[in-house]
Design a protein. Sequence first.
Length: 341
Amino acid sequence: MEDVRRPGAEAAGLPTPRAAGVRQAVSVLARHAARRLAAADLQLVGLAVTIGAILVVGAITSPHFLTSGNMLNVGRQVSIVALLGLAVTIGLITRVIDFSVGAVLALTAVLVALTADGPMLATIALLLAVIAAVSLVKGVLLAYLGLGSLITTLGVALVIDGIARGVSNSRLVPVSSQDWRFLGSGDIAGFPASVLTVAAVFILAAFLMHSTVWGKYIYAAGANPLAARIAGVPVRRVKLAALTISTLIAALAGVLFVGRVAGGDPNVGTAMSFDALVVAVLGGASLRGGRGSVLGVVLAAVLIGLMFNLFTLLNLPTYWQMIARGCIIVGAISLDAVRRS
């Protein structure tokens, strides 16, 4: 009797038992991911408290720290690493440790610098072609062949870094075009254009990740890929889409970088990837997938930016900054391990 009624339900546009079961299973997986996100609320509070403490210490130790000019400068600095942190977070949610985002930034910056004096549409078309190629390679290797993400993206990063250094002779390529420099160093109504751009990207990302079916899919695919696949989630396509979006965000960070430093530097990829991974994990993303939030990325990026800005104002030696960055990396990964246990 059930088989007789099912075609009628489909013809009438009503949900079939299988479709209803798939939606219910996806909803269960999404709720499981939501509970894991709720468990990270305490970490978000900790980030906010730490930011407050840095602001207090900075106000006491440096008269220039809380000035409007310095805060706007911090905003410009934070915008780039925040975008990369978001790119890494999207990958981590789907169980991909993407170490190639910094290389994508470097290659994008170099390509923009080399073609900045030509037609802007041609440069945009070139960047989109590069984004599509990188996304396709990573998608095939990770989503369809199932290779380990860390080693694979390290290899991809080396290839991209090599291309960036090859086309630029391993040198900074200067950019004089004000059109390309605007997003990284220009202002809109007194606010840095880079900060406003990043804010728009984060608002859109928050909507996609927390208010759409696709957002539920990426959390479900990361929390339990096997269960998600059984429930009908197209896990491979979801992972490919996530990698494409993260690569696009990393490329946008490269465009902001060009405006920030007035050139394309092929040698920044590795350092930027490390900073992005720190921001992602410190912001609550798990190395085992299924967890991560836009707000966490924002707070972590602001914390890192304020801390190193204060180090600079206090004239601390560079090696102390390197030590601090290493401690943050180890601490963030340790915190993730504690959360998992």
